[in-house]
Design a protein around this ligand. Structure first.
Ligand SMILES: Nc1ncnc2c1ncn2[C@@H]1O[C@H](COP(=O)(O)OP(=O)(O)OP(=O)(O)O)[C@@H](O)[C@H]1O
Length: 369
């Protein structure tokens, strides 16, 4: 699966762009702020119906303009796919597959698998536990609709239980029975979600380990530990035990919404003791493991976007990553960099087809080989 053609109008700092890609390697070269990441974002948009950098769609319309259009032509399972995304200021976003508008954007997710590695991934390590849960939930739910449904139902029940706890406190009243309606739902869906999280993390761990060893030349040991009270106890008993506490706090203090993943390097948390390069290696390995996962689940080779990947990594690690992604296992790859040094290194490693795009302040020149 690959994108052949990308056309932009008024998307971020691009007034217009029209790019034909290689099915293997594509590189965006340019100075800071030129628009390399914006091009990556446009490709991301066509897979996920949203930007990876800003939650507000309107921010992606070029300043002073009224709309943006992003269009892509893909080869997917031997067929052409035309994807269109258009947004007018203050209006609903339009998203079409082969000229037919989607009723729900969620129907599109998973059609064009894509993995992105960006500097903002650091939040996965440095941010709160919600970042890590979102990563894991996103990984599982992309191809497991039942998991996603269970998660939605769990969150609804959690919201209701918390509302009730607040209401009890404000009315100086308490009824364990009324709380049970929601607790039972939390137990049912929470247990199912927990089992899937355990299963998927177990599957992810060895692939992650393998990638980390490859990039770091086997010098460091890593570990991913699923921290969940449900590992030792069932959620029903946990909720019962914490009723008094929940009454005081006015929210549900146990459940899968409190899970975390501990990222260790050796015996220590990478968040506290890892160097910047080690953290970057960790994230790259984690994302490449995610790549393998999605590849297996979707039956397609995802597009791989590597934004600013070489920053903070030493020469050896860069070399290992270059060797890795040059492998046949990966399909279409996009790389951004401020100079051609890494790119020239990659090109000598692979025999595959490649294209270079020079990005200069919102405009792109193709193929300056
Ligand atoms: N809606 C918008 N309208 C116009 N310009 C925008 C819009 N959104 C972002 N930009 C501009 O895009 C530029 C950032 O582009 P981008 O992040 O793609 O740069 P880059 O080439 O990846 O740089 P770096 O090498 O520093 O990562 C900034 O100058 C920013 O002001």
């Amino acid at each position: 699966m690959h994108i052949q053609h990308l056309a932009l109008v008024n998307f971020k700092n691009f007034e217009e762009a029209d790019l034909k890609f290689s099915s293997n390697l594509n590189c965006f070269i340019g100075n800071n702020g030129a628009g390399k990441t914006n091009l990556m974002d446009a490709i991301y948009y066509l897979s996920f119906c949203k930007s990876f950098s800003s939650a507000i769609d309107g921010l992606n319309i070029r300043h002073e303009e009224e709309f943006f259009v992003v269009q892509g032509k893909y080869q997917r399972l031997e067929q052409d796919e035309h994807i269109y995304c258009g947004l007018k200021r203050g209006q609903k976003k339009h998203f079409k597959r082969n000229k037919k508008e989607y009723k729900k954007l969620s129907e599109h997710i998973g059609l064009l698998p894509l993995i992105i590695i960006t500097p903002s991934d650091i939040n996965l390590i440095m941010g709160g536990s919600d970042e890590r849960r979102r990563f894991l939930d996103g990984l599982i739910s992309q191809y497991d609709q039942v998991y996603l449904d269970n998660l939605i139902r769990y969150n609804r029940a959690l919201l209701q239980r918390n509302k009730l706890l607040k209401q009890f406190a404000s009315e100086r009243f308490f009824s364990e029975e009324s709380l049970e309606v929601w607790s039972d739902q939390l137990v049912h869906y929470g247990q199912l979600i927990h089992e899937k999280r355990v299963e998927y993390l177990q599957k992810l761990q060895p692939i992650f380990q393998q990638y980390y060893e490859l990039i770091s030349s086997g010098k460091e040991r890593i570990e991913m530990i699923h921290e969940s009270k449900l590992n030792e106890n069932d959620l029903g008993s946990l909720l019962k035990e914490s009723i008094a506490k929940d009454r005081i706090l006015q929210y549900t203090s146990v459940g899968i919404h409190k899970d975390d993943i501990l990222f260790n390097l050796g015996d220590y948390p990478i968040k506290k003791l890892g160097s910047q390069g080690q953290k970057k290696t960790y994230l790259v390995a984690l994302k490449l493991a995610q790549f393998d996962f999605i590849k297996e689940l979707s039956g397609m080779t995802p597009i791989l976007l590597l934004d600013d990947i070489f920053d903070k990594l030493d020469k050896n690690r860069v070399e290992q990553i270059v060797k890795l992604v040059a492998n046949d296992h990966f399909g279409q790859i996009f790389i951004t960099d401020t100079n051609r040094e890494h790119l020239d290194q990659i090109i000598t490693e692979i025999e595959a087809d490649y294209k270079i795009f020079q990005v200069v302040e919102g405009s792109v020149n193709e193929d300056i080989k």
